[in-house]
Design a protein around this ligand. Structure first.
Ligand code: SAH
Length: 516
């Protein structure tokens, strides 16, 4: 018998400096197929969401030089897991081969006969400089840049760094791990001839919403760091190019930079609002207040699906209804052909788009994308004696079946999916509320407020939102907020997400001018 081939592999993936959008496409591909992920403190944990749920996640955290797990222990795990035939991703902050001990890990893999691939990442020096508005090279200032470890020579008398060349030969110098040793390293540059006026910037948690930048000169930066109590992780950028930051800042000047905003949302408004807020600089935390579930029993849906040929019309008013209908048809061994004899109505373009994925084009779509619009369109037809199928949500309004029956149709409306309250808030949202680090919460419909109160209990909601700015999309939602004991701070003149965002910006801008 042939023994099975061992296909284990380790991908050393650079996670980038913090902003999860800065990982490479190749890095994401590797994460998507990982069976084991071994990740670092500096790698953004959100990236773990790309890995399959069942993938084993191992934290190899090294916090500020205190090694939670010895490097040899990490090497051993990598060799062992890949040796079992597994696909392993070693997710490392920044780039694996820049001060990341990626070289050592690869040596261990090579010695263990393990196949590996290295996926580069945006290293912190490059990422943090970009997000601080500091070009590392610039034709008017410098043609070279050096990446240096700040820890080198710690505890050693002799430094392997040629300080004289570094001071005078390299235009821009970027120190990694250089906060605790800052004073000594700045002195060395001065001792070797660099001008005391040379500008210096420290970028902490670069590329993330927590980014902090401290600037000064070679002569005074160490004192400033002490005064400000500035802590790692940060890169230290030394060179004339630092002066360009005043002109080129773009990230930490965004209108909502540093603001943590909780976005309560109904299921169909997927991420859109969060994207708008993030682009304005906020940290948007999604907080779904509706969860979609299968019907409690499929029998009523199955019965109508088996008799689809007997219907004149199929009416669909949400993408969820479309998807659940077609999935169920598939489970029963059927496909779109059983809709051949019936006409199809979609409530609006989103629903039509969901149908298109299953190869169906609607025969009818109202101009007013609501239940009332559907009723108005059908009122133009003679429905006497016709049979209509309307798969719907459990808590849907009765208007469609009621009105169509009134027009003489026979309507079957089995439950295709349920809208239920999620059991709890996402951990990230709960954590932020408990830490009282949320600046603003947004409500975009009455149901988002009601459901949040339903999930937390009204009293607890009011209590947890003390001190949090409340932004409501319009008067109806605001009324629900008041009824449930919340004071509304922000309400835009018109009820759109863009106007709500603009109103939030105005509010925080005014608040910061008062504070100044
Ligand atoms: N392989 C990593 C570096 C690991 S060494 C890379 O290529 O980026 C750890 C050091 O990287 C920290 O001490 C700090 O100097 C720097 N660093 C990592 N992430 C950072 C961030 N988001 N902002 C600023 N510095 C960061």
């Amino acid at each position: 018998m042939k023994t099975e081939k061992n296909n284990g592999i380790v991908y050393l993936v650079g996670a980038g400096p913090g902003d999860p959008g800065l990982i490479t496409l190749r890095g994401v591909e590797c994460l998507c197929r990982a069976e084991v992920v071994v990740y670092d403190y500096l790698a953004n944990e959100q990236l773990l969401n790309f890995a399959p749920n069942e993938a084993e996640r191992i934290y190899a955290g090294k916090i500020g030089g205190r090694h939670n797990q010895d490097q040899s222990e990490i090497n051993r795990i990598l060799v062992e897991k890949a040796g079992e035939g597994k696909t392993v991703v070693r997710l490392k902050g920044g780039d694996p081969f820049v001060f990341g001990r990626g070289g050592e890990e690869c040596e261990a893999l090579a010695e263990g006969g393990i196949t590996f691939e290295v996926v580069p990442g945006v290293t912190a020096g490059v990422g943090a400089a970009a997000y601080a508005g500091i070009p590392l090279t610039h034709r008017d200032y410098t043609a070279s840049v050096a990446f240096v470890t700040g820890q080198e020579g710690k505890g050693k008398d002799e430094s392997a760094i040629d300080w004289e060349r570094l001071s005078l030969g390299s235009g821009t110098v970027v120190f990694y791990m250089g906060i605790t040793t800052l004073r000594r390293n700045m002195e060395r540059l001065l001792e070797h001839g660099r001008s005391p006026q040379t500008p210096v910037a420290l970028v902490r948690w670069g590329t993330t919403p927590e980014q902090q930048v401290l600037t000064g000169s070679l002569a005074d930066i160490a004192d400033r760091v002490e005064q400000a109590g500035f802590k790692p992780p940060a890169v230290v950028i030394v060179g004339e190019v630092v002066g360009l930051r005043d002109k080129l800042r773009w990230f930490d000047t965004r209108p909502l930079f540093g603001k943590k905003i909780l976005v309560t949302r109904a299921a169909d408004q997927a991420g859109e609002f969060c994207t708008i807020l993030s682009e304005r600089g906020a940290t948007a935390i999604e907080c779904p207040t509706i969860k979609l579930e299968e019907p409690e029993e499929w029998a009523p849906m199955d019965a109508v699906i088996k008799q689809l040929a007997g219907y004149d019309w199929l009416v669909l008013t949400s993408g969820n209804a479309v998807r659940n209908l077609f999935r169920r048809m598939e489970t029963l061994g059927l496909d779109a052909r059983c809709l051949a004899g019936c006409r199809v109505c979609a409530v609006g373009p989103k629903t039509a788009e969901a149908m298109a994925a299953f190869g169906i084009r609607p025969d009818l779509m109202p101009s007013d994308y609501k239940a009332e619009g559907v009723v108005a369109e059908f009122a133009k037809l003679d429905l006497t004696g016709s049979r209509i199928l309307f798969p719907r949500a459990d808590r849907a309004r009765e208007i469609i079946p009621r009105e169509l029956e009134r027009m003489g149709a026979h309507v079957d409306s089995p439950v295709a999916y349920r809208n239920i309250l999620p059991d709890r808030l996402p951990p990230e949202a709960l954590f932020a509320l408990e830490k009282r680090s949320v600046d603003c919460i947004t409500f975009t419909s009455s149901s988002t407020v009601e459901n949040l109160a339903g999930m937390l209990g009204g009293d607890l909601m009011v209590n947890m939102l003390k001190g949090v700015t409340v932004a409501s999309i319009g008067p109806v939602t605001s009324r629900t907020c008041h009824e449930l004991g919340l004071k509304v701070d922000i309400e835009p003149p018109r009820s759109t997400l863009a106007e709500l965002t603009a109103a939030i910006e105005r509010y925080f801008h005014a608040a910061s001018s008062i504070g100044r």
